[in-house]
Write a new protein. Structure first.
Length: 87
């Protein structure tokens, strides 16, 4: 498989997973949490497919594209492992 096909497959899987999760939480009230804003690609997609939902994004640092940046009240900076300890 070429590297191009590999990237296309990975990003397609990412989009399918986000759509699947959006369907799963359709009847679950409350905000959506993005753990790992990164460059903001996922955040940008989430706000497109979940336009009615409040979305909070977490990251240790700000590296998102300016067009994919949450506003100040929806960006939580710092190590999220302290807030969301993994088992
Ligand atoms: C792969 S990137 C996220 C990609 C992004 N969701 C996208 O595709 O648009 C992972 C991000 O998680 C952040 N991250 C990883 N572990 C973290 C932690 N314990 N606390 C805060 N941020 C963390 C990193 O700084 C990085 O920006």
């Amino acid at each position: 498989m070429s590297r191009l096909d590999s990237v296309i497959r990975r990003l397609t899987a990412q989009r399918v997973c986000l759509g699947y999760v959006a369907d799963l939480i359709a009847t679950v009230p409350g905000p959506v949490l993005e753990l790992g804003l990164g460059n903001g690609r996922t955040y940008d997609h989430l706000r497109e497919i979940l336009p009615e939902r409040e979305i909070f994004a977490f990251d240790a640092q700000v590296t998102a594209h300016p067009n994919s940046m949450p506003d100040h009240d929806h960006l939580i900076l710092g190590d999220f492992s302290a807030r969301f300890p993994m088992p």
